[in-house]
Write a protein that binds this ligand. Structure first.
Ligand SMILES: *[C@@H]1O[C@H](CO)[C@@H](O)[C@H](O)[C@H]1NC(C)=O
Ligand SMILES: *[C@@H]1O[C@H](CO)[C@@H](O)[C@H](O)[C@H]1NC(C)=O
Length: 996
């Protein structure tokens, strides 16, 4: 099941071919950037090895697209962590973390060349082939994790010669053959997780040498032979989990009663015979599962350790009475003795010494035995369920008739113990957090509720020693927060679910410290590292865990492991981003050319008409998502994941199957033709448009009558959110200018660089989104129009036809949003680029005034014009800019907005003029050293508030330093959006700089 989650279907051949092409292109494009890389080089042999490793993998999701060039360390190749500790001056690969990336292909023998590597993680991919014996040469290797792939073939003996290996995880593969005897040499190995493979043959006795071994997990294989009694000599063994193997007809060694460190023994369904051993000598046993064997004799009468939570002896051939020793077990959660031949009387006191907290339960399953009488009235507390069906006692006509209630058919499946799933309600019962930044109310009841962005961690406990999680929730909280060194209020167990095994899947939310709304980067990395490196240790009950995913919200970022070098990475990052984006742009270029070619062919075929969009539309460069995938990403389009709503439908926030990619999913209202048309327009346009200031379409879904678009997620909402109170600290004028400039550039790209040009038609504050760095991205192309070469296109199908750039107006039905629609277009139905300029003008006016386009019957253009004409500009400037904003600059900004929103299109500037003027304005606010300057008006310097990008301030140098932490206003004060101007018409300052 877990595996299924991870495996994403292999894409079509054509697409793969294209990917190869793209890979080639990116190789050529990014090699130039290597010139900029600085610092030490990776050892050439390791570079060669990495390239070979890459060469034998397929990377359908392009996680490894930055594996280009010959300097993996400087270019931060995904998943490669370098180390400089070797003394020949070269860097070495220290860790290789390629988990959960949908990789296919095989493991290259050249892995053996990475002989300084200590950490190798390929978990949750779809890698095939066998394990190369060369891995046995990785002398420093400590952690080898290949879980959750499709690796087959036998285990090479050579792996037994890894002297430093501590964690050895190969579970959930198809590896066959015997466990090599050489593994007895792995004297440092602590974790031996090999379950769910096809191992066969005798368990090698030699493993008793594993003096550090803690977890021996070999369940769900085809092992045969006998259980080596020598294993009792392992001095640290805590978990022995061998269920679902075939030790045909052999016995459980008595010596196992001497494993004094043992916490959990599961030998379920192993075809074992003979008696149940007396394990009362094991002082800390939590969990004993011997279900579904052929065990005979009676149940041992000695009392097991007080720690025991679960005893499962069901489905055997046990006889004799149920011993009274079960009555002294304070932590007992489940005693399963069903389907045996037990006789005597029904015990009626087993629960007497159990400590029932509010949520604790106890299940006593005695079904289908030969229990024939009852010693006293059966009156368990409500937390206890007793099952007696199929015993003679149920048919007796005894006076103690209260038995009837325990004799019915249990409502839950008798095969599986009563196991609950659940979720946890926080102490807060809020409505919802403002905005769309992934914020949630802080759950801890002891604190006043406030909004913060948690990050999610999906864990699966592989071998928990409990049957009911609920009473252990607090305990888990202490254990986890103690390990992570965070406060206990910061952790919420959001949900939990039992899976086959039994294993326990947990979804955690970690909240930032009190009074902070986001984790800072260093803290995020620290915590993720704790999980990645399995530093959550020290508990006996919860056992080993699988890390399934991280779900990041708000400003949090997935920690892409990349050396632990100091804090001067900014330029390096820039270079890398440059390289990556350039490579992407090139790749996309290819896709677009290819796609356009293909499209024009189609058009020829269909006589110039657009092909009828229908299910199965294929657009390269844009991923096609399955409905299930998106349904899962949003917890079934759960209301709590909804972040927006429009005429088109609802917008949800989701986390893709890789567990890391946060996306916004726009789901069309079903059955709406308009929505359908907008759907295809948007895919068509966005798949060929790529600009820093346009939102990126990641993919779409057209399945089951549903149409959805998947975008990169914009944690800072829209300009509208920025202006309307989501952010308590008002954005400074400099920030607003920068945003305006970015948005204008995005629109200019549509007008001047897209071919054919595009008129957006719905520019508004709500459609200009802000990413984590407040970079504006123009979105919502649903009603955009291509500018056709002819003007006889009267249909409003949203497509037009391709042709030369032209500014001839398109005649079309008027669409757009009230308050933003160009009055000239409204009158004449003639659409030109100047209509977008008008709408942009409104956005500029909003940015400078904080007003909305139409509010309480006031029109923004009229209000600002009035102030402008009477010299009362100050009265209309957003009061949240404070008293000391650079006035001249603000007034020029206002003037530009007014000219853009002029009634007469000819009087409006073009978009390129808008960009030029905004650039000019921005540079006038930047001092010579490129830093934004602070000062006061009286001193003649422009000031525009504190941190220019509030939320990114947290992430520049690790800790927040200069303030810049975002806080939220209560919803009561968030409503206004623009200042009350009435009392403020006092200063009448004459602007020092007149707009041109
Ligand atoms: C391991 O194998 C068993 C038996 O085939 C299966 O029921 C179980 O789901 C598997 N475990 C996982 C985690 O997939
Ligand atoms: C958190 O904020 C509340 C309300 O503003 C304040 O009373 C409290 O002292 C703050 N706590 C910390 C730890 O800063």
């Amino acid at each position: 099941m877990g595996l299924e989650d991870q495996v994403i279907g292999v894409r079509r051949m054509g697409r793969q071919l294209l990917m190869v092409l793209l890979a080639l292109v990116t190789i050529f494009s990014s090699s130039t950037f290597v010139l900029f890389a600085s610092g030490q080089l990776l050892h050439p042999l390791e570079v060669t090895a990495l390239n070979a490793i890459r060469g034998s993998l397929n990377d359908p999701q392009n996680y490894l697209q930055n594996w280009q060039g010959n300097n993996p360390c400087a270019l931060n190749w995904t998943g490669v962590i370098c180390d400089s500790s070797s003394d020949d001056g070269y860097l070495r690969v220290r860790e290789l973390r390629l988990m959960n990336m949908s990789l296919t292909g095989t493991l290259a023998p050249q892995l053996g060349e990475l002989n300084y590597t200590i950490y190798l993680n390929f978990m949750w991919n779809s890698i095939t082939g066998s394990i190369p014996k060369e891995i046995g040469k990785m002398n420093y290797l400590q952690i080898l994790m290949l879980s959750g792939n499709r690796i087959s073939g036998p285990l090479p003996d050579e792996l037994g010669f890894l002297p430093n290996l501590t964690k050895f995880q190969l579970d959930l593969n198809q590896i066959s053959g015997p466990i090599p005897k050489t593994f007895g040499n792995l004297e440092k190995v602590q974790h031996f997780h090999m379950n769910n493979n096809s191992f066969s043959g005798q368990l090698p006795m030699e493993l008793y040498n594993l003096s550090a071994l803690v977890h021996l997990l070999l369940d769900n294989n085809n092992l045969s032979g006998y259980l080596p009694p020598e294993y009792s000599r392992m001095p640290k063994l805590k978990i022995m989990q061998l269920n679902n193997n075939n030790f045909n007809g052999t016995q459980i060694p008595d010596s196992y009663a001497n494993i004094s460190t043992l916490l959990k023994l599961t030998l379920r369904n192993c075809k074992l015979q003979g008696p149940v051993p007396d394990l009362s000598t094991i002082p800390g046993l939590y969990y004993l599962d011997l279900r579904s064997n052929n065990l005979t004799g009676s149940v041992p009468t000695n009392k097991l350790a007080n720690t025991i939570t679960t005893i499962d002896l069901s489905n055997n051939y046990l006889s004799g009475p149920i011993p009274s020793s079960f009555s002294g077990l304070p932590r007992l959660q489940r005693l399963s003795l069903e389907n045996n031949n037990l006789n005597g009387s029904v015990p009626s006191t087993i629960w007497q010494s159990v400590n029932f907290s509010a949520e604790a339960t106890l299940t006593l399953d005695f079904q289908n035995n030969s229990l024939s009488d009852i010693s006293s009235l059966l009156a368990p507390p409500v937390n206890v369920s007793v099952r007696l069906q199929g015993n003679p006692v149920c048919t007796s006509t005894d006076a103690l008739t209260n038995l009837i209630q325990f004799c019915g058919t249990p409502t839950t499946d008798a095969e599986s113990p009563k196991i609950s799933n659940g979720s946890v309600e926080g102490g807060c019962k809020p409505q919802s957090c403002p905005g769309s930044g992934g914020y949630e109310y802080f759950p801890a009841a002891t604190l006043p509720c406030f909004c913060a962005a948690p990050f999610g961690v999906g864990l699966r406990l592989r071998s928990p020693s409990i049957s009911d999680f609920r009473p252990y929730r607090d305990y888990f909280n202490n254990y986890m927060t103690g390990n992570l060194s965070i406060e206990s209020y910061q952790l919420l167990v959001d949900s939990f679910q039992w899976e086959e095994g039994p294993r326990l899947r947990l979804q955690l939310k970690l909240f930032p410290p009190q009074n902070e709304t986001d984790f800072n980067l260093s803290e995020t990395q620290r915590i993720q590292n704790m999980f990645f490196n399995f530093k959550i240790t020290g508990d006996n009950i919860f056992g080993p865990y699988d890390l399934l995913n991280f779900t990041l919200r708000g400003n949090a970022v997935i920690f892409n492991p990349s050396g632990k070098g100091g804090g001067n990475n900014a330029s390096k990052v820039g270079i890398i981003l440059g390289a990556v984006s350039c490579a992407i742009a090139l790749a996309v270029g290819i896709v677009v050319v290819w796609h356009l070619k293909r499209r024009s062919k189609q058009q020829q075929v269909s006589g110039g008409r657009k092909p009828t969009p229908k299910i199965g539309l294929k657009i390269e460069g844009v991923k096609e998502f399955g409905f299930e995938e998106l349904e899962k990403a949003t917890s079934g389009f759960n209301g709590s994941t909804q972040i927006g709503q429009g005429g088109y439908g609802k917008v949800y926030k989701g986390v893709l199957g890789d567990g890391t990619t946060v996306v916004a999913i726009k789901r069309a209202r079903q059955g709406s033709l308009t929505s359908e048309k907008e759907f295809f327009t948007e895919i068509e346009l966005l798949s060929r448009l790529h600009h820093r200031n346009l939102v990126s379409l990641l993919g779409y879904c057209d399945e089951k009558g549903e149409q959805m678009l998947v975008y990169e997620y914009m944690p800072n909402g829209s300009i509208h959110d920025l202006l309307c109170g989501r952010h308590e600290k008002a954005a400074s004028l400099g920030t607003r200018l920068t945003i305006a400039l970015g948005a204008a550039k995005g629109i200019l790209y549509l007008h001047a660089e897209a071919d054919p040009p595009i008129i957006h038609r719905d520019i508004k504050a709500n459609n200009i989104l802000l990413d984590s760095k407040l970079t504006p991205k123009v979105s919502d192309f649903g009603i955009s129009r291509l500018v056709p070469k002819t003007t006889d296109d009267e249909t409003d199908d949203g497509y037009g036809s391709y042709g030369e750039s032209s500014s001839a107006p398109i005649s079309t039905a008027v669409k757009g949003t009230p308050g933003y629609v160009d009055p000239e277009y409204f009158r004449s139905h003639k659409l030109t680029e100047k209509s977008d300029v008008y709408s942009m003008g409104i956005v500029l006016l909003e940015l400078v005034s904080g007003m909305q386009p139409i509010s309480h019957g006031k029109n923004i253009v009229r209000e600002v014009s009035l102030a402008w004409e009477t010299g009362m500009m100050e009265s209309i400037v957003d009061r949240r800019l404070g008293p000391s904003y650079p006035r001249g600059c603000a007034y020029r900004f206002m003037g530009l907005g007014l000219r853009c929103s002029h009634d007469d299109p000819k009087a409006r500037p073009t978009m390129s003029e808008v960009v030029r003027e905004l650039e000019d304005l921005c540079s006038s606010m930047t001092s010579s050293d490129g830093q934004l300057e602070e000062g006061d008006v009286a001193g003649g310097k422009w000031s525009y508030g504190s941190a220019p990008a509030m939320r990114s301030g947290n992430y520049r140098g690790g800790d927040s330093g200069g303030g810049g932490t975002l806080t939220f206003v209560s919803s009561a004060s968030a409503g206004g959006g623009f200042p009350d101007r009435g009392s403020d018409l006092v200063s009448g300052v004459i602007p020092t700089i007149r707009p041109r």
